[in-house]
Design a protein around this ligand. Structure first.
Ligand SMILES: C[S@@+](CC[C@H](N)C(=O)[O-])C[C@H]1O[C@@H](n2cnc3c(N)ncnc32)[C@H](O)[C@@H]1O
Length: 307
């Protein structure tokens, strides 16, 4: 299957990163190189692009798409391991970082990958196909309490408890369609027909659990801020409120001078801000882009600059 993924807010990201042609840029989620291909076009032969992804399919397609460029290094890795990746490459500092979170259209639209309720496929949802945990294990082996918590927290699903109960009652559940049907039966019919995608929230929750999407996000961003050169930029695209909350929080902490509790007469924490927020409110896709690419409608872009 062809790797198709339209880069979201490409213009806004390129302008936000204000690429230094001789700089070192890190794309933590390179996917189909939609953004990276445009970043590398702006680099001189002294510049370098490091692209990482935990999906081997993404790395393979980027090798092909970026084959004409010498100044690119592709690494199959989870970005939670970024410190080791940079140490191995002997990279001490970065001019820019891009993180485009979540799944690619290729992963969602590829039936074999078992991410979507639109196709009937074996429950899978692993971004990294070499990892053990898949959606099948989550759905078929987690306890009722654990499933309820995941669906409630990661899916913000009000029918979490009834969905989890029905999942447990109907095990084993082997395919995406079987799971979708059980979710539908766990909520009032009116909701199934009025909600845009009755299964969306539960599928999102299971996907986040399988890929541990929120587990190391704060620490990774915090670490990468320390690696940015003065004047270096970081752009992060999120697709749901749970991700955005983490990004907003880590940026806010790093953009604040004192973190003492309010009303503390004098600062005792000594915390000094290391970044400036380029945009106080998240940037959203233009109406035109939203019309042309519905996947951009939930996207939020936050950009910072290292002091
Ligand atoms: C939205 S896509 C990126 C698309 C890319 N910007 C483009 O325009 O082609 C997200 C990619 O990030 C990867 N990914 C998500 N979480 C990751 C993580 N923790 N570590 C490494 N890659 C990750 C996914 O496998 C997917 O390929």
């Amino acid at each position: 299957m062809e790797f198709i993924h339209k880069p979201i807010m490409l213009k806004e990201i390129l302008s936000g990163l204000s690429i230094n042609p001789d700089g070192i840029y890190l794309d933590c989620t390179i996917g189909g190189a939609g953004h990276s291909k445009e970043i590398i076009k702006k680099l001189s032969s002294k510049g370098l692009l490091i692209g990482i992804d935990k999906d081997q399919d993404a790395i393979n397609v980027c090798k092909e798409r970026l084959k004409d460029y010498k100044n690119v290094i592709l690494v199959k890795s989870d970005f939670k391991n970024i410190e080791n990746v940079l140490n191995d490459l002997k990279i001490e500092s970065l001019d820019g970082v891009l993180i485009d979170l979540g799944v690619s259209s290729y992963q969602l639209d590829n039936k074999e990958r078992g991410f979507s309720f639109r196709f009937d496929a074996k429950l899978d949802m692993r971004m990294d196909q070499s990892q053990q945990l898949s959606a099948y294990e989550v759905v078929n082996s987690y306890s009722l309490q654990h499933l309820t918590r995941i669906i409630k927290e990661y899916g913000e699903e009000e029918y979490a408890s009834s969905i989890a109960k029905n999942i447990v009652k109907n095990r084993p559940i082997k395919t995406t369609k079987e799971l979708a049907l059980i979710i539908e039966k766990s909520m009032p019919t009116k909701v199934v027909y009025t909600r845009n995608g009755a299964h969306k929230k539960t599928f999102q929750a299971i996907r986040i659990e399988v890929n541990k999407e929120l587990d190391f996000l704060f620490e990774t961003i915090n670490f990468l801020i320390t690696k940015l050169k003065s004047g270096g930029k970081m752009a992060i695209l999120t697709f749901h409120s749970l991700e955005d909350r983490i990004v907003k929080n880590v940026f806010k902490i790093n953009a604040t001078d004192c973190l003492c509790p309010p009303k503390t007469p004098i600062c005792i924490c000594g915390h000094k801000k290391t970044i400036n927020l380029v945009n106080k409110k998240p940037i959203i896709a233009s109406e035109e882009e939203q019309k042309e690419n519905p996947r951009s409608t939930s996207a939020k872009l936050r950009i910072i600059e290292k002091i």
